[in-house]
Design a protein around this ligand. Structure first.
Ligand SMILES: NC(=O)c1ccc[n+]([C@@H]2O[C@H](COP(=O)([O-])OP(=O)(O)OC[C@H]3O[C@@H](n4cnc5c(N)ncnc54)[C@H](O)[C@@H]3O)[C@@H](O)[C@H]2O)c1
Ligand SMILES: [Zn+2]
Length: 401
């Protein structure tokens, strides 16, 4: 097991992220150790699919450690990360008589985590919250950093709060059942984190990606491993892979936690290379792609895959990034698996959608660009020629069939 300690200096708070194989079976003792003896009741929030896969061992383990467990299954999918689901969650807490000493546990992907975290942040003005993330994206990204919230009809994540978990417990075995596209989406976010943060993290991520072939993934329980020339025993190979996966996920959590520790609330006046804003690399294009396709074509991380290629191409076209570095970025995104097609998308429409991105400040987009792998630079949108942007979009979106 690997452990990452997270400090949130602005609140004088800290918590642990634990990563490893088989951790859901120990959920009870881990939550007990993090919260102490006073906590009696757990409100478990998950959805039916995830509960059917992992619910039984989690509930068993929590009960063994003396918790009284009540569960609420939210509907599946991004559109249920809504005010309506929030109200249902809060009413559920009220009906089961949840008290200040009790805890909300999120078991699932980012949708469950964001909603459950926001419900915990607001119920009785804030109660304890634990994350058990089960998608790759949630394990390396959304469960770390304390952002919680829901969507409005007019846009994603428009309502929310910062509410740090008391514990994040990451069981890498859950990824065995994850659909291929969800894995690809998570790996694209991982490539993003490596690219803006830390060359070593980028290289380690790419190395791990080299041992799997996501275009061949068929939903079986072997993580999409390529045939291994060294071990013939499947079990042994999976075990080795789980160890590597644990290390890489922990490294990503460590990186994200270090950024968040220095800039918990993503301050709008910071644009240095350790500001939380660098995590938005690829997201200007990604949000526009998601919006012009009505949030139906891309998983968010898949759109980020295109987005980081566009930001990379733009960095090169502006003379900031070398072709060799861009090539590394391209190879890394390609190794994440196939992306949905984007060669039919109208580029003018995409550019208009970018202008209304909610991350803009005083109408200006802040672009996160790259100087080299591991080193980001934040640039004001008004310093970027529309023609250079158009060329970069065309280069990336038209190149991929
Ligand atoms: N809070 C943050 O800092 C932050 C950061 C990034 C993204 N997010 C949010 O995260 C959300 C996306 O999260 P996501 O990509 O995890 O999507 P998701 O939560 O919708 O999960 C994807 C799908 O996988 C299923 N699933 C989950 N675990 C599984 C497993 N182990 N095996 C099989 N199926 C499984 C889910 O039921 C769902 O259908 C978005 O709402 C996004 O805004 C938040
Ligand atoms: Zn993202």
């Amino acid at each position: 097991m690997e452990q990452v300690h997270v400090e949130v200096p602005a609140r004088g708070a800290s918590y642990e992220i634990k990563v490893g194989s088989g951790l859901l079976d120990q959920a009870g003792s881990e939550v007990r150790a993090a919260l102490g003896g006073k906590t009696q009741r757990v409100a478990l929030i998950t959805n039916k699919r995830v509960f059917d896969l992992f619910g039984a061992p989690v509930v068993r383990s929590l009960r063994r450690s003396g918790f009284e467990v009540c569960k609420w299954l939210m509907k599946e999918g991004e559109r249920h990360k809504s005010i309506r689901s929030l109200e249902q969650a809060l009413n559920f807490f009220n009906q089961v008589g949840l008290e200040r000493n009790d805890v909300v546990i999120a078991l699932g992907g980012g949708v469950v985590g964001d909603l459950a975290g926001f419900a915990a942040a607001t119920y009785l003005r804030g109660i304890d919250f634990v994350q058990l993330p089960t998608t790759l994206l949630a394990q390396i990204d959304s469960s770390v950093g304390g952002k919680t919230g829901v969507n409005l009809a007019g846009g994603k994540n428009l309502v929310g709060s910062f509410h740090q978990p008391r514990l994040v417990l990451i069981d890498v075995d859950t990824l065995r059942t994850l659909p291929r596209r969800e894995l690809t989406a998570g790996w694209c976010e991982a490539v993003k984190q490596g690219a803006v943060g830390d060359r070593k993290l980028f290289e380690e991520t790419v190395r791990l990606l080299g041992s799997i072939d996501l275009s061949l993934w068929n939903g079986s329980v072997d993580f999409g491993l390529r045939k291994n020339r060294v071990t013939t025993r499947k079990g042994a190979q999976t075990e080795v892979y789980a160890t590597h996966l644990t290390a890489i996920i922990a490294a990503h959590c460590h990186f994200k936690a270090s950024i968040v520790a220095g800039d918990e609330r993503e301050s709008i006046d910071r644009d240095d290379r350790r500001s939380r804003r660098i995590l938005n690399f690829g997201h200007t294009t990604a949000h526009a792609l998601e919006s012009v396709t009505g949030y139906r074509r891309f998983r968010h991380g898949e759109a980020v895959g295109y987005g980081i290629l566009v930001a990379g191409a733009l960095s090169k076209n502006l003379g900031m990034l070398s072709s060799g570095e861009l090539e590394l970025l391209r190879d890394a995104v390609a190794a994440c698996g196939p992306l949905p097609r984007a060669n039919d998308i109208d580029i003018s429409r995409l550019m208009r959608a970018m202008k209304s991105d909610k991350k803009s400040v005083a109408g200006q987009i802040k672009w996160v660009l790259l100087e080299k792998i591991g080193s980001a630079r934040i640039v004001d949108g008004n310093q970027i020629e529309p023609l250079a942007l158009r060329a970069s979009l065309r280069e990336v979106l038209r190149a991929r069939k």
